[in-house]
Design a protein around this ligand. Sequence first.
Ligand SMILES: C[S@@+](CC[C@H](N)C(=O)[O-])C[C@H]1O[C@@H](n2cnc3c(N)ncnc32)[C@H](O)[C@@H]1O
Length: 213
Amino acid sequence: MLDLFWLLAPIAVAALAAFYFVFGSFLYGAGYQPTFRSSVLRMLDLARVGPGDCLYDLGAGTGAILFRAARRHHARVVGVEIEPFRYLILELRRLVGGPRDQVRILWKNLFDIDLSEATVVALFLWPDAMRRLRPKLEAELRPGTRVVSHWHEMPGWRPREYDPRTRVYLYLWNGRETVGPEPFPPEGPEGPASGGGEDRPFPSAAPPSAPRT
Ligand SMILES: C[S@@+](CC[C@H](N)C(=O)[O-])C[C@H]1O[C@@H](n2cnc3c(N)ncnc32)[C@H](O)[C@@H]1O
């Protein structure tokens, strides 16, 4: 009987841990699902992430967006993750693969952190979390901050751009509202700019003309 207990106990613990890994964060705003590579590339490209940026990945998962933004776009990044196993994976990736100085990982609830430092915010959350996050973003983001969301749109915000293939929404916050679509980037004699986002800095959003009501 005791032998059976010692056989089953580790299996039960492993099953519980796996269950928590997948379903634990359902309570907080989104379960875990890795972001497709094509969507990661599109998010960073649409937001024109570059070396001058500070990207906050809210619900960083295992770091697909985060580490690409740091390594390839040379941005400073902050990953926020509430689930402890994924937080440990992120810390491990930071320590082993780096770049350490550019990456900060927070084991926190994304609703409890200050976002005023961000120039880009990356999201892959569920609709209810998006709805709850909106007033926080509107209160804390600085004018010119870009918000990129995979799969779900931000209710009530006008996207600047939307890529239906990868389901990526880009929003541009001007301190008062989101700035809608415009011909962008401006086309020169050689046609539209091309290449990686880091080569094409994002134009700053128009400053608000009146105080927020
Ligand atoms: C769909 S996954 C994002 C995956 C990530 N982009 C990647 O490619 O690995 C959503 C993540 O948000 C995390 N999450 C959900 N609610 C959260 C909250 N309130 N605070 C911080 N992280 C949260 C979940 O644990 C999960 O890892």
